[in-house]
Design a protein around this ligand. Sequence first.
Ligand code: ATP
Length: 241
Amino acid sequence: MIRVSQLTKQIPGGPQVLSGISFEIQPGEFVAVKGASGSGKSMLLKCLALREKWTSGTYMVDGVNILEKGFAGKMKVRREMAYLEEKPTLYPNRTALKNVLIGSAYQTPIWRRVTGMVRNDDYMGAMDMIEKVGLLDKAKQKGDKLSGGEKQRIAIARALVHGAQTLLADEPVSGLDPHAAEQVLSDLKRMCKIQGISVIAVMHQGDWAERFADRILGLSGGELVLDVKGRRLTEREKQLI
Ligand SMILES: Nc1ncnc2c1ncn2[C@@H]1O[C@H](COP(=O)(O)OP(=O)(O)OP(=O)(O)O)[C@@H](O)[C@H]1O
């Protein structure tokens, strides 16, 4: 379980962009984050992924206060709390399978990324995950030949193969056509249910959050102003964000 208490982020010499944010997330939950431009959605995700330093607050994951961990502990947390960018970076000249096997910069050591060396017994796990995201027929396709939605789904498989327990996805479907967006969100939702992973995804545009999320968090001016079950928001709730 993830428990965030009183998360505050102050940019040194700049504005306070997150103020006193508290919430809990259960394993297997799919949580959407909504909020207007500049409300702090990306900063929240980056703080959860430990890509941004917290100014104050406590961050408990499965009962462990992870802000108190040393360098090695924080690296482990970064693998377990995988950050998915809006446009995932894949090795363009390597196959989808190889991309999944090697892992992203935050997931695997540099020697593995440079040499591309992997263990034989990793192949089965990678193929299994590629099948789960419905892309077995694209496993041998080079990274730069995959569509935006396929790249996103390979990035999901890559994170899970390398031990992610939580996926932090920043606008995972922005720029995708509705069919591709639906496939990416269906994959994420299925992974929550069958793998028990948690997903926290920024999804401000359209009604994706209402259709796919178990819960919707709303931010306004860096504050958490909404925490409701995933459902159609009322007009009053929409006005809050
Ligand atoms: N390094 C920084 N220095 C100063 N201000 C920053 C910095 N990083 C973020 N901010 C400010 O923090 C606020 C929140 O930024 P954030 O990127 O989290 O917004 P967002 O809700 O994701 O917006 P969008 O939907 O436009 O991507 C913004 O006002 C932004 O200008």
